[in-house]
Design a protein around this ligand. Structure first.
Ligand SMILES: [Zn+2]
Length: 135
């Protein structure tokens, strides 16, 4: 940790919700982070969908993720008209990679491979969305 001021939090619009993702957002409202796992091939995937993206089986189940992983890649968006922010991919310990926002971090200190932990961030009028902060 250092003494640098943290960037202001960027407002995130409400996510689009459909029947495939509704259980995910219902759980998110309760602070639980769900991913899906295929019962045919055993692999976990993100984002939640009806059919497994690896083997196309439609026998998938929800499971709670620990919400821990490592930064696979990231990009810092420098803004002059608002807070700068970082987006990128996190590889969850369960296997899937997910596109996400990084919060509560020093944008200059983010590193590929850095351990991060999920938290939920409020959106404008919708359920909270998963974001990541340094672990
Ligand atoms: Zn599968």
């Amino acid at each position: 940790m250092n003494d640098q001021p943290r960037p202001a939090t960027r407002k995130i619009p409400a996510p689009a919700i459909n029947n495939e993702s509704r259980p995910f957002w219902d759980a998110a409202r309760e602070g639980r982070f769900l991913i899906k796992r295929c019962r045919a091939c055993g692999r976990a995937h993100w984002y939640p969908r009806l059919s497994c993206p690896f083997c196309f089986s439609d026998v998938t189940m929800w499971e709670a993720s620990a919400g821990e992983g490592a930064i696979y890649t990231f990009s810092v968006m420098r803004r002059t008209d608002g807070p700068s922010y970082a987006i990128g991919y996190v590889t969850l310990d369960e296997g899937p990679a997910m596109l996400t926002n990084f919060v509560d971090c020093d944008l200059e200190a983010l590193e590929i491979g850095q351990r991060v932990r999920l938290r939920f961030q409020e959106t404008e009028g919708g359920p909270p969305v998963p974001v990541f902060a340094p672990a």
